[in-house]
Ligand binder design. Sequence first.
Ligand code: BT5
Length: 253
Amino acid sequence: MSTQPTTWTLRSVPELSSTNETLLEQAALGAADNSWLRADRQTAGRGRRGRAWESPVGNLLLSGLVRARPGEGMLAQLSFVAALAVREALGQWVPIARLRLKWPNDVLIDGAKVCGILLETRTRPQELPWVVVGIGINLAYHPVGLERPAISLKVISGDAPDADTVARAVIAAFDTWRRRWREDGFAPIRAAWLASASGLGSRIEARLTGRTLSGQFLDLAEDGALVLRLDSGVVETLHAADVFEGISHAAGD
Ligand code: BT5
């Protein structure tokens, strides 16, 4: 792996509807690879499937643009690259063993969500693919009363680190992992992700549109899909789902 860092730029603004939305618009107008955008707060931060992401002042709300090079594909794998980068960067403030990765795109501290990642694109035909990597990290604030618990760095260290400082640490780590992905492919990313995975080997519930599956979280497939062994013994490979951990065995199991 080469050690030379690539050039990136970071622009910070007080408020946006969504850093992903603005960077998607800028990407369509030709913004450069490795442009990063941070807002102090978002008025319409978003998660997957149109869900809202709570984005008050004091948290990190960051998006970065990745443009594929000729021959480079599978940009969706960058969600795992981003999760590894966030874990590594947050290791400056949280004991690294307490940081785990949850399929497909969350970073957890002690099982509670500290970071969500959202990849979006509007690549047009005939254009080299590009993707916006959106990263929300709870530094000073976390929502309470959600179906799945959330946490912030402030809970862990008593103080919230500065968003700009964390942004730079995340971007630098992303740059290193991205280069590794570009040079060596998904295999080292998959291995590192599996080594830090939450719930691997345990019983989980995967909610898909229209159906819910439960079984054992067996593996991360070579393309990043979740491999689940159902109670019937059938093995399913899932590309999109909401995963719930800590699911007890159904009666009769
Ligand atoms: C995500 O979606 O986890 C992706 C979140 C990505 C946010 C970043 S911030 C910068 C960039 N600009 C954007 O507009 N978005 C990106 P998902 O897995 O669908 O999780 C969303 C769910 O997490 C919500 O439905 C809530 O239940 C919960 N949630 C909302 N805000 C949260 C927060 N601050 N911390 C933890 N959980 C939260």
